[in-house]
Design a protein around this ligand. Structure first.
Ligand code: ZN
Ligand code: FE
Length: 239
């Protein structure tokens, strides 16, 4: 399985997962259709599935056009039944979904929205975290409680450390400023920031990161308890 990073809108990441044997593909969170269509046309791939982490417009904006053009099926949380139009396959927490080489486990992560899910491709050890876990940050808590978000992040923290994380937005540089302000003497964070700046200066995305890197460097994952997490989330909301 090959992963293509497709930049959408201002700072969104969409991803195309391609079965290299037959060029079948899934797209994760197409915020808009145009850049995805361009890649599909240039590379002659068959779009079969659209995977949505949550219902926000910048993650589903391309759904309709892509679905109609390729007759692709939309997969999303059953909890987003009323909020994501035209879902074909409803997903439940903990469910394993499989088609050909695409095989993932659904991890429900309420907090940013109540229907938010992550797609964990356990064979490849890759997780798509949408707006729940970013590199050096986490999503704003819009619908759930801080406790919901804290528990959702605990679920992600328990994935194997080698797991690669593909997240929803290029917020990494800004997140790094917050992390270094409140986690001053973390040499692993310092090293990560050097690496991040190198990538950005070369016009490269900071995606993917890994569970290990985030456990070492992401202040929201380093929070020892709900109280500490909650305080950090409040500080970040006003940063
Ligand atoms: Zn969102
Ligand atoms: Fe978003």
């Amino acid at each position: 399985m090959k992963i293509e990073i497709i930049k959408c809108l201002e700072d969104n990441f969409s991803y195309l997962l391609i079965n290299e044997k037959n060029s079948d593909a899934c797209v994760v969170d197409p915020g808009e259709s145009k850049p995805v269509l361009k890649f599909i046309d240039d590379n002659k791939i068959n779009l079969k599935y659209i995977l949505n982490t949550h219902h926000h417009g910048d993650h589903i904006g391309g759904n309709n056009i892509l679905k109609n053009k390729f007759n692709a099926k939309i997969l999303a949380s059953e909890n987003d039944r009323e909020r994501i139009p035209e879902i074909d396959i409803f997903l439940r927490d903990g469910q394993i979904w499989k088609d050909d080489i695409f095989e993932f486990k659904v991890i429900s992560v309420p907090g940013h929205t109540m229907g938010h899910i992550c797609f964990y491709f356990f064979n490849e050890k890759i997780v798509f975290t949408g707006d729940t876990l970013f590199s050096l940050g986490c999503g704003r808590v819009f619908e759930g409680s801080h406790k919901d978000m804290f528990n959702s992040l605990l679920k992600l923290k328990s994935l194997p450390p080698v797991t690669k994380i593909y997240f929803g937005h290029e917020y990494t540089l800004n997140n790094s400023i917050f992390c270094s302000k409140f986690d001053e003497y973390n040499s692993k964070l310092d090293r990560k920031i050097i690496d991040i700046k190198k990538k950005l200066n070369n016009g490269l995305p900071t995606v993917p990161t890994s569970i290990k890197d985030e456990l070492d460097c992401n202040i929201f994952l380093r929070a020892k308890n709900l109280k500490e997490f909650s305080k950090l989330r409040d500080l970040k909301d006003n940063f």
